[in-house]
Design a protein around this ligand. Structure first.
Ligand code: UDP
Length: 328
């Protein structure tokens, strides 16, 4: 199989590349290195079945050539990370909406199968926890930057589903819940790499709000396995799937676990949301996926525990030089 991964040098894209290469397949990636990093794919540079293009997906001729060469496409390229989204809403909206338009319209010319990565952010302020794929999406006001991410991704979902319904181009939509593991950077606000780096450096561990908000953290290896199974399954087409873990933890408990597992003396401090992001910032109090749909179709069940995930991230940052670890 020849797969194209947009955003292939990102955190998830690079792990997906590893998995396909291990299966014996041929991998093409395109990435503009905006939030991805060349370090993530440096170990694949000389692999005979790995081909990388450093370019934007809005460069249509470059993308068209890659689309033509491949059997299937994972569209992972997007603006991600709540901090980045709040700080750069124009970039978020343009990358997420325009980028997906380009990928889907090129794929449609040869009816290539496309899996579009969406996000659990689309559930927004919904209180119907655990979130089901057929549940309502509840967005906040447009004056609050965070919701531009959810809305741009919801448009991506509509567009992907519309291509299947109207043009019979096979598409699959996945809503990724908090996904973590080695190679994820804390640069765009993600909590686990941030806490681990803070703990290892003996700096304060910054818990936003009162720390009672909850999340479920899925291991990147489990998530990648689910993506491949969905791509392989004919009945996934035209559907939306949650992917994530159902082990729920408060952010305060997470900070304590990171502290314990690193043996750190770091102090845990509470930072108000207004200070951490922007005035009037809204967080979701709970985010838990219902994963019965993907479980029923492809037998998906996350294997890695939260402690296992934390240990893998701690190992990743411990193996990096102190210089690489310290700067924020
Ligand atoms: N968070 C935190 N301290 C940090 C970074 C994040 O307390 O240094 C919180 C954040 O407010 C949210 C949770 O951790 O409630 C998860 O944040 P992340 O950005 O990783 O993902 P989100 O679930 O917000 O998309």
């Amino acid at each position: 199989m020849r797969v194209l991964i947009t955003g292939g040098s990102g955190f998830i894209g690079s792990h997906l590349s590893d998995a396909y290469l291990e299966r014996g397949d041929e991998v093409f990636i395109i990435d503009d290195l905006s939030t991805g990093s060349f370090d993530n794919i440096a170990h694949l540079k000389k692999h005979p079945r790995f081909h990388y293009t450093i370019d934007s997906i809005s460069n249509q001729p470059a993308l068209a050539e890659l689309v033509d060469q491949c059997d299937a496409i994972f569209h992972l390229a997007a603006a991600v990370g709540v901090k980045l989204i709040v700080e750069s809403p124009v970039r978020t909206i343009e990358t997420n909406v325009h980028g997906t338009e380009v990928v889907l319209s090129l794929a449609n010319k040869k009816k290539k199968k496309v899996l579009v990565a969406s996000t659990s952010e689309v559930y927004g302020l919904s209180a119907e926890v655990p979130f089901r794929e057929d549940g309502n999406l509840v967005m906040g006001a447009t004056t609050k930057g965070r919701w531009s991410y959810a809305c741009s991704k919801a448009i991506d979902e509509f567009l992907a589903l519309a291509y299947w319904k109207e043009k019979k181009m096979p598409t699959v939509v996945v809503r990724l819940f908090n996904t973590v593991g080695p190679r994820q950077t804390g640069q765009y606000g993600m909590v686990i790499p941030t806490f681990v780096k803070q703990a290892l450096a003996g700096r304060q561990i910054t818990v936003y709000g009162d720390g009672q908000q909850t999340r479920c953290f899925g291991y990147v290896g489990d998530v990648v396995g689910a993506l491949i199974k969905l791509m392989d399954h004919e009945d996934a087409v035209g559907q939306v799937f949650n992917i994530g873990s159902s082990e729920e933890v408060t952010i305060l408990e997470l900070a304590n676990r990171v502290k314990k597992l690193t043996g750190s003396e770091s102090e845990i401090t509470f930072v108000p949301y207004d200070e951490a992001y922007e005035e009037g910032f809204e967080d979701m109090p709970r985010r838990v996926p219902d994963i019965s749909k993907i479980n029923a179709l492809v037998g998906f069940q996350p294997k890695m525990t939260l402690d296992g995930i934390l240990q893998s991230v701690i190992r990743f940052y411990t193996e990096q030089s102190p210089i690489a670890r310290n700067p924020e």
